[in-house]
Design a protein around this ligand. Structure first.
Ligand SMILES: [Fe+2]
Ligand SMILES: [Fe+2]
Length: 208
């Protein structure tokens, strides 16, 4: 959580630079992510656990690298899909699954963070939705690349999730449903959104 939030902070700051007309809003979203990171550090300290930051950094590195590649190439659609849809759906799904098992210190923090992440998701849905059909192919392409990475992160975290009381299958289900809904909110037909997700699932289980 802490690593994902830290990266989200960086991603929104890069987006603020690339989308000058929304700079203030994106910097505000970045600051929210920075605050989330601090809050979850506090939650971990309260529980007396030290998160494995090195492992989390390693797991998130390919997604972060893909974001940086898109940023460098001026592919705003790619950046918005990676941070605004994939990372945010991942965050909402993870925190929704965490909420029922969170301790009394973390619960109100987690509930408030879920609302924040939903706002971030809405920003990306709005931005991409206003640019359809022009961005449709870009959304499909980057989703096909980035979704298998996100699904791989979920798989790698399976044991850790179970250790804190989260059912990894339920989290996977919640994530895919949210992503499907996000694609539909942008303007994709349900069948097309489903195809994108199934394609990514197939890619993530295909032998290397
Ligand atoms: Fe966040
Ligand atoms: Fe967020």
């Amino acid at each position: 959580m802490v690593v994902g939030e830290g990266l989200a902070d960086r991603h929104f700051r890069l987006l603020a630079r690339s989308i000058p007309e929304d700079r203030d809003e994106l910097e505000r979203l970045a600051s929210m992510e920075g605050r989330h990171a601090m809050q979850f550090v506090g939650c971990g300290r309260h529980l007396g656990i030290k998160p494995d930051l090195a492992l989390a950094r390693r797991l998130f590195a390919p997604l972060h690298q893909l974001f940086l590649d898109c940023d460098r190439a001026g592919d705003l659609t790619g950046c918005l899909v990676i941070q605004g849809l994939i990372v945010e759906c991942f965050a909402v799904a993870a925190y929704r699954c965490y909420l029922p098992v969170a301790d009394s210190y973390a619960r109100p923090i987690t509930a408030a963070v879920i609302d924040d992440e939903a706002e971030h998701l809405n920003y990306a849905e709005r931005w991409l939705g206003q640019r359809l059909p022009g961005v449709a192919e870009g959304v499909r392409r980057i989703s096909t690349q980035a979704l298998p990475i996100a699904l791989g992160i979920l798989q790698s975290l399976s044991d850790d999730l179970q250790a804190v009381g989260i059912d990894p299958i339920e989290l996977l289900g919640c994530f895919t449903l949210l992503f499907q809904q996000a694609l539909e909110a942008i303007g994709f037909e349900a069948a097309v959104a489903r195809r994108i997700l199934i394609g990514a699932a197939a890619a993530s289980v295909a032998p290397a």
